[in-house]
Ligand binder design. Structure first.
Ligand SMILES: Cc1cc2nc3c(=O)[nH]c(=O)nc-3n(C[C@H](O)[C@H](O)[C@H](O)COP(=O)(O)OP(=O)(O)OC[C@H]3O[C@@H](n4cnc5c(N)ncnc54)[C@H](O)[C@@H]3O)c2cc1C
Length: 820
C-alpha cells in the first residue's frame, strides 16, 4: 500500500469509486481509495439499480443526466458490461396537481436538455399494456404521464466495477479490507489516515464517501454530518405469467413504472417484478453510527408497511396478483434533511470533501464524482452546485433534527413537490425572539436554514395555513395587501436570519477588497453591495459590506449562507493575524422598516436626523432607537422603498418591535412576509443570491456591471471577467413581463424561447408583481435578445406564454422612493 497520495477516497461504494474514476479523468493519477471490507459492501450491492432522470432540482437534474450519459459509454471505454437496460421511465399522474408538477419539472428538464415526453393515458396503455387505466376511488383514472425514454436500470455492482476498472487503468489504487479508523492533520497541513490494520497513508485531499457510515467518519474529523440512513425496502416477485406471455409475444422490456400518487415503483426483474414503495413510517437507522454487527446485512422486511403499496400496485397492474413474493430487501439508504446529497467541501477543515448522503446514489454517482473531481482539481465545480453543497446546512442539524427530517423526506419522495410547500416536521427549531408576536399577528410560517420565517400574515378571520399549489393560491390576495402596504404606507419584515459577520483589524479592508469585485467602502458609514466571485468569474456570494468604524466592517449575506459564506471567509483569512472574523448572526436581529412613512416612524424613536442630507440612501449610522443602543441603521432594503434595515443587539428585539409598532400605529404600520418581499423585489429586478445570482453567471451576465471595479486592483475572478469582457458576454440578465397569465405565474427554472421557438435562456425567479399588477420573471437570455422590448416566450406549466423584456426595475426605475 502506498503511504502518500494526492487524494485519498474513503469508501468503496459506487459514489467513492466514481469520484476516484473522475479524479483520474481530470489527470490526477496519484489517487487511492480505501474500503473497509469489499467494494459495494455498503448500500450499493442491494440497490435496485433504477436510474431516474426525473429530479425537480436544476443542479441534481444535471448530475443525473451526466450519469445516464456516462453509464451508456462506460462499457465501451472499460470493457466491463454494466447491464444498462434502457427501458425508459413512466411516471403516472392521477391528478391535476401531479400533472402540474410534471409540467413544472419539464421546464427544468428543457433548460438542462433532458429528453422527455408528456403523454396521454392511451399512450401509457400502448407503452405498458399490463397497466389498468383505472377510474374508480381505489384506482383513480390515469390523466397523463411523464415519459423519459432514455433512462432505465443498471446493475450497481457491475457499474462500480466498471468505474474501478477505468480508474485503475489510469493509475488509481484501490485497497479493500482497509478501514479508516483515525484521521489527523500533519504539521505540513496534509491528512494522515490510520487504518484498522495499523498502516498509515497521508494525502493532500481527503474524500469521505462512506454512505451509511457518514456520521462516524465525520466524527473522525469533528464534523457533524447531517446524513442518517432510513430503512428502504423493495419486494422481488417470482416469474409473472402475464409478463412472460407479453414478452414471448415480442413485447419489449417494460419501462420502469412509477405511480407517484401511490408512492411506489415497479420494474421487470427476470420475468418477474421488483416493487419498491416509499412508505410512511420507515424509521431512520444508525443515528449513532453503524454497529459492528451490521456488515453486508439487511433488516427484516416489514410487510405491514408494504401492504398498502402492494395493494395499490396490484390494482394498477393485476399481473402482480399471480406471482409469489420471492424476497424482501430492506436496507439502509442514506438520507439528508432535504433529500439532496452532500457534495463539496466540508466546513471548517481544509481539503476535506464530502460525497455523502446519497439516496439515489446509483443515479447520482456519475455526476457527483464528475463535479467533485472538478471541484478538487480546479478549485471549484463546473456547474452551480449550491443545491448540493454540504454547507447549505448549519450547526442546527442535531441528531434528532436529522432523524425527523430524513424520515419526513423519505415518506415524501413521491408526494407532489409544490413550490410553496413547507414541511412541518422538526419545527420550529430556530426562531427570532419575536416569533410569538408574529404568530399573534397571523404569521404563516415557512422554514429556511432551520429558521422560521413568516411567509405571509393571515388577517383576523383568515385561516393561518397555505393551500400549496403551482398556481395562485389562498394567500394571493393577502400577500398583495402586504406588498401594497409596503409601497403605500410602512411595513416591517423580520430578517433576523440574515448571516452577519464582523471583520476587524488592520488588514480588514485589503483582505475584503481582494475577496470581492466591488470597492470596499473606505469611509465610515458607507456601504457597498459586493460579490465574491469564483476563479471562473461566477458569483459565489453576495455581501453588503458596511464600514462601521475604522478597521471594523459589518458584512451581511443571505440567511441560508451562514455556513457557506462563513466557511469561505474563514478559509480565506490571511495567516498573519491581521484580520479578525466573528460570526455574529445570532447576536444581532434585523427588522426592515420600509415604505413612504418609514422615516416618520423611525424619527419618533431616534434623535439621529434622518433627512436625506444627514442620512442619505446607501449610508449607515450607529443609532439609538427607542431604548435600544448600538443599532446599525442601514439605509438600504430589498423591496425598493424608503427605509432602513435596523440591525440591533438581539436583546432589544421585543422592545424595538413594540416601539416600532407603537410609533407606527398612526401610520398604518403592519407586518410583511417573505412572499410579499418576493413580489416587491421582482418589481425592482433585485437578484436573489442562490437563485438569480449563482456561480453559473458572472456579474456581467447578471448585469451587475456597476458593482464591478476591474481597475481597483487584484480580486478573485478578475482575470475571468476581463477575458469575458474581451470575448463578449454571452448572456444578459432580463426582467420580463409575462402576458396572458391567468393563474400560474412563473416561479423560476422556466425556459425562455425566441420567436423561432429556440431555447435562448431561462428564468431564475418569477412571481406576481402585486403593485405593478403584472406577472414578472427575471433570468438570463442570450445577450442579443436581452434588450428591452424584445418579444420572447416563457414556458409555464407546459404552456408557452408571450413575454416582453422590460427595462430593469419596472417599478420606480429612477429609485425616487429609495432616495425620498
Ligand atoms: C433497498 C435499496 C434500494 C435502492 N435502490 C436504488 C436505486 O434503484 N437507484 C438508486 O439510484 N439508488 C438506490 N438506492 C440507493 C443507493 O443504494 C445508494 O444511494 C448508493 O449505493 C450509495 O452509494 P455510496 O457509495 O454513497 O454508499 P455505499 O454503497 O454505502 O458505500 C459506502 C462504502 O464506504 C465504506 N466505508 C464506510 N466507512 C469506512 C471507513 N471508515 N473506511 C473505509 N471504508 C468505509 C463502506 O464499507 C461502504 O462500502 C437503494 C438503496 C436501498 C437501500
Amino acid at each position: 500500500m502506498k503511504t502518500h497520495v494526492r487524494v485519498l477516497v474513503i469508501g468503496g461504494g459506487v459514489v467513492g469509486v466514481s469520484t476516484l474514476y473522475h479524479l483520474t479523468k481530470k489527470g490526477w493519477r496519484d489517487v487511492a481509495l480505501i474500503e473497509r471490507t469489499e467494494l459495494t459492501a455498503g448500500s450499493t450491492w442491494h440497490a435496485a439499480g433504477l436510474l431516474p432522470l426525473f429530479n425537480m432540482s436544476y443542479t441534481v437534474g444535471q448530475l443525473h443526466k451526466y450519469s445516464v450519459d456516462l453509464y451508456k459509454r462506460l462499457p465501451a471505454e472499460t470493457g466491463q458490461d454494466v447491464s444498462f437496460h434502457v427501458t425508459g421511465n413512466l411516471r403516472l399522474a392521477t391528478s391535476r396537481e401531479r400533472m402540474d408538477e410534471y409540467y413544472k419539472y419539464c421546464g427544468t428538464a428543457n433548460t438542462i436538455g433532458v429528453p422527455f415526453e408528456v403523454i396521454t393515458a392511451q399512450r401509457v396503455k400502448e407503452l405498458w399494456p399490463l397497466v389498468e387505466l383505472g377510474g374508480n376511488a381505489d384506482t383513480p383514472a390515469i390523466v397523463g404521464a411523464l415519459y423519459h425514454p432514455d433512462d432505465g436500470h443498471i446493475a450497481p455492482a457491475d457499474l462500480t466495477m466498471a468505474l474501478r476498472k477505468g480508474a485503475r487503468s489510469a493509475g488509481a489504487e484501490v485497497y479493500e479490507h482497509t478501514e479508516a479508523v483515525a484521521i489527523e492533520r500533519t504539521a505540513s497541513g496534509e491528512w494522515r489516515v490510520r487504518t484498522a490494520k495499523g498502516a498509515e497513508i497521508s494525502a493532500e485531499h481527503l474524500v469521505l464517501a462512506t454512505g451509511n457510515y457518514a456520521r462516524q467518519t465525520g466524527r473522525l474529523l469533528g464534523l457533524n454530518v447531517p446524513a442518517i440512513p432510513v430503512e428502504h425496502q423493495y419486494i422481488v416477485y417470482d416469474e409473472s405469467p402475464e409478463l412472460k406471455a407479453y414478452r414471448q409475444r415480442g413485447g419489449r422490456e417494460l419501462a420502469v413504472l412509477r405511480e407517484s400518487d401511490k408512492s411506489y415503483y415497479l420494474r421487470e426483474e427476470r420475468m418477474g417484478w421488483i416493487l419498491g414503495p416509499y412508505e410512511k413510517g420507515a424509521p431512520a437507522r444508525f443515528a449513532d453510527g453503524v454497529p459492528e454487527w451490521f456488515g453486508r446485512s439487511l433488516f427484516p422486511g416489514d410487510l405491514d408497511r408494504l401492504v398498502p403499496h402492494v395493494e395499490a400496485a396490484t390494482r394498477r397492474v393485476p399481473a402482480l396478483e399471480h406471482c409469489g413474493i420471492k424476497d424482501i430487501v430492506n436496507g439502509p439508504i442514506s438520507y439528508t434533511p432535504d433529500g439532496t446529497p452532500l457534495i463539496g467541501p466540508a466546513w471548517g477543515v481544509p481539503n476535506v470533501w464530502l460525497n455523502e448522503g446519497h439516496s439515489f446514489g446509483i443515479t447520482a454517482a456519475g455526476g457527483a464524482g464528475w463535479q467533485l473531481a472538478e471541484w478538487i482539481v480546479e478549485g471549484e465545480p463546473g456547474i452551480d452546485m449550491l443545491a448540493a453543497d454540504p454547507r447549505r446546512f448549519g450547526p442546527y442539524t442535531s441528531k434528532r433534527y436529522v432523524v425527523k427530517k430524513n424520515e419526513e423526506t423519505y415518506r415524501n419522495v413521491f408526494t407532489v413537490h409544490f413550490p410553496d410547500e413547507e414541511r412541518p416536521d422538526a419545527r420550529p427549531v430556530k426562531t427570532s425572539p419575536v416569533y410569538d408576536k408574529l404568530s399573534a399577528r397571523g404569521a404563516v410560517w415557512g422554514q429556511r436554514y432551520g429558521w422560521e420565517r413568516a411567509n405571509w400574515f393571515a388577517p383576523p378571520g383568515v385561516a393561518r395555513r397555505d393551500s400549496w399549489s403551482f398556481r395562485r393560491s389562498n394567500y394571493f390576495e393577502h400577500v398583495g395587501n402586504e406588498a401594497r402596504l409596503m409601497r403605500e404606507r410602512v411595513g416591517v419584515i423580520d430578517l433576523t436570519p440574515f448571516t452577519k459577520h464582523e471583520v476587524t483589524g488592520p488588514g480588514a479592508e485589503a483582505w475584503l477588497d481582494r475577496l470581492v469585485a466591488n470597492k470596499v467602502p473606505a469611509k465610515i458609514g458607507r456601504m457597498a453591495l459586493s460579490h465574491a466571485l469564483t476563479v471562473r468569474g461566477g458569483i459565489r456570494s453576495e455581501f453588503t459590506i458596511t464600514k462601521i468604524a475604522e478597521q471594523h466592517y459589518y458584512v451581511v449575506s443571505a440567511g441560508a449562507a451562514e455556513r457557506y459564506d462563513g466557511d469561505y471567509l474563514l478559509k480565506s483569512l490571511p495567516a498573519d493575524g491581521s484580520v479578525g472574523l466573528r460570526n455574529i448572526t445570532n447576536s444581532r436581529g434585523c427588522f426592515v422598516l420600509a415604505g413612504p412613512r418609514s422615516r416618520d416612524v423611525l424619527a419618533q424613536l431616534t434623535d439621529t436626523p434622518l433627512d436625506n442630507t444627514a442620512f442619505p440612501w446607501l449610508t449607515a449610522q450607529v443609532i439609538e432607537a427607542g431604548l435600544a443602543v448600538d443599532v446599525y441603521a442601514l439605509r438600504v432594503n430589498f423591496v425598493g422603498a424608503l427605509g432602513w434595515e435596523l440591525h440591533f443587539p438581539v436583546e432589544y428585539a421585543h422592545h424595538l418591535f413594540d416601539a416600532l409598532f407603537e410609533a407606527g400605529a398612526a401610520h398604518g404600520i403592519g407586518m410583511v412576509g417573505m412572499r410579499a418581499m418576493e413580489s416587491l423585489r421582482l418589481e425592482k429586478s433585485y437578484r436573489m443570491w442562490g437563485s438569480d445570482i449563482t456561480p453559473d453567471y458572472t456579474p456581467f451576465e447578471a448585469s451587475l456591471d456597476r458593482f464591478v471595479r476591474l481597475k481597483k486592483g487584484a480580486f478573485i475572478g478578475r482575470e475571468a471577467l476581463e477575458r469575458q469582457q474581451a470575448a463578449g458576454v454571452p448572456n444578459r440578465f432580463v426582467t420580463l413581463e409575462v402576458h396572458e397569465v391567468t393563474d400560474a405565474d412563473p416561479l423560476g427554472n422556466e425556459p425562455l424561447f425566441d420567436k423561432g421557438g429556440r431555447m435562448v435562456g431561462r428564468a431564475t425567479s418569477g412571481y406576481y408583481g402585486h403593485c405593478l399588477q403584472k406577472s414578472l420573471a427575471i433570468g438570463y437570455a442570450r445577450t442579443e435578445l436581452a434588450t428591452p422590448g424584445t418579444e420572447l416566450a416563457i414556458e409555464i406549466l407546459g404552456e408557452r406564454k408571450p413575454a416582453t423584456v422590460l427595462p430593469e426595475s419596472p417599478y420606480d426605475p429612477d429609485n425616487l422612493q429609495l432616495r425620498a
